[in-house]
Design a protein around this ligand. Structure first.
Ligand code: FES
Ligand SMILES: [Fe+2]
Length: 438
């Protein structure tokens, strides 16, 4: 349970809020490069409560600028993206990707306005198909891009998707560090007999242990595995909004999310799935792209989108599973298909997380399986307070290698200490395989 004050502090993301300022220290992977062609239609973006527009200029440079024109505030989303700049359609002022004005067609020739005016712009970098931006305190001297393994492996090893979820970022994040829900919420009961048989077959009571790490928190769930071993699944939380999920024998890819706050009540969910050494199986890629028998996997399939008008932030990544239509919950399917009655993996998570835009955590009753959530909130609040009160930046902000981390799923002898035994597997060594058998 959090106090009202703590809940406010950990959920709000606008400029000047403790979390908002913490988030602004980090690069944000805010747009898929392929969806932003040169001289193509500008796209509305919203990040940390700021109204923005993304575009790619004629030379291929991505830009992220304020949606409000500095002349008299017309929406830049209507801008003409042409000849290396975006031109406001109201009076034709034109700006390059750095926000510098390059043309003011209605101004007298001797006007000094060109020297004074700027369109607010954030620096962008593109790596392996993802455009990152930095909205931090020193825009001219951002840290180096974080080295996430998913963003460094060859293109054939990775699959990513974006979708919008209608809830506060922390609700979405908390779902992925709480692995106790996975066998329950995501359970399939078709072909597995009656519901009680199904429940009896599962080890639904893992023991949780959490470990504060330089990058965030490791959340280990221990389950019995025969007489001699434990099966350890370790999810990772990486500051400020990253989660990593371990591979399984049947699904030997690593995956995870960035839960990027668009504002206090909407989250841009970037999911990545990758294999460190081999290309993804074609069948795996196909399932992610198209879903499984019409149902969503962890990835947002290309058929799940229900685009909104272009003036809506992230218009192309809203989906047809919404709070309004109950996430297409179907009571009848609880009996013969899904434990939850909600069709598809990520949809089940979204349905459980989005009843209200910002959950009131003074009302919750945390259980033993919520240990990772408790520690993660504590770390977030502490880092935000340390930065606000002492200007102290979290360890990883200025160290790109901080992010070279893997989630793991290992069988270890019962007597071995999981922290020491699993530490080598948690390091993401580029080009190296897991180091253990799945
Ligand atoms: S409001 Fe944009 S040019 Fe006038
Ligand atoms: Fe889940």
């Amino acid at each position: 349970m959090l106090s009202q004050e703590q809940n406010e502090a950990v959920t709000r993301v606008g400029a000047g809020t403790p979390m908002g300022e913490l988030f602004r220290l980090y690069w944000i992977p805010f747009y898929p490069g392929a969806d932003l062609p040169p001289d193509g239609q500008p796209k509305r973006v919203k990040l940390l409560g700021e109204d923005l527009v993304a575009f790619r200029d004629s030379d291929g440079r991505p830009g992220l600028v304020a949606n409000a024109c500095p002349h008299r505030g017309a929406p830049m989303i209507f801008g003409r993206n042409e000849e290396c700049g975006i031109r406001c359609v109201y009076h034709g002022w034109k700006f390059d990707v750095t926000g510098a004005p390059v043309d003011m067609p209605a101004e007298p020739a001797n006007s000094r306005l060109m020297e004074k005016v700027r369109l607010k712009a954030y620096p962008c970098r593109e790596r392996n198909g993802v455009i990152w931006t930095y909205m931090g305190p020193d825009l001219d001297n951002p840290p180096r891009l974080p080295e996430f393994e998913w963003n460094l492996v060859p293109a054939e090893n990775v699959y990513i998707s974006y979708r919008v979820q209608e809830c506060n970022w922390l609700q979405a994040l908390e779902g992925e560090i709480d692995s106790a829900h996975a066998p329950i919420l995501h359970g399939r009961i078709d072909n597995q007999g009656a519901i009680n048989d199904w429940i009896a077959k599962k080890d639904l009571r893992p023991k949780f242990e959490c470990l504060r790490q330089p990058f965030g928190v490791s959340i280990a769930a221990r389950r019995a595995a025969g007489a001699d071993n434990f099966y350890w699944r370790v999810n990772q939380f990486l500051l400020p909004y990253w989660t990593l999920v371990p591979p399984q024998a049947k699904f030997p890819e690593l995956s995870g999310h960035a839960w990027i706050p668009m504002d206090d009540e909407n989250t841009l969910c970037l999911m990545f799935s990758y294999t460190p050494v081999e290309p993804l199986y074609p069948r795996t890629r196909e399932l992610m792209e198209t879903g499984h028998k019409g149902r969503e996997t962890g990835q947002a399939s290309r058929d799940c989108y229900a685009p909104k008008p272009p003036t809506t932030p992230y218009a192309d990544y809203w989906t047809k599973f919404t709070p309004e239509n109950g996430y297409r919950f179907d009571y009848a399917s609880q009996r013969d298909a899904w434990f939850s009655g909600v069709p598809g993996l990520w949809v089940q998570d979204a349905a459980c997380q989005s009843l209200m835009p910002i959950y009131d955590r003074t009302q919750e009753n945390l259980s033993a399986t919520d240990a990772g959530i408790v520690m993660t909130r504590r770390v977030l609040l502490k880092c935000a307070a340390d930065y606000r009160d002492q200007g102290q930046r979290p360890a990883g902000v200025d160290d790109p290698q901080n992010f070279l981390v893997r989630a793991i799923s290992v069988h270890l002898p019962r007597q071995s200490a999981w922290v020491e035994a699993s530490a080598p597997f948690m390091k993401a060594s580029l080009g190296a395989d897991f180091g253990y058998a799945l």
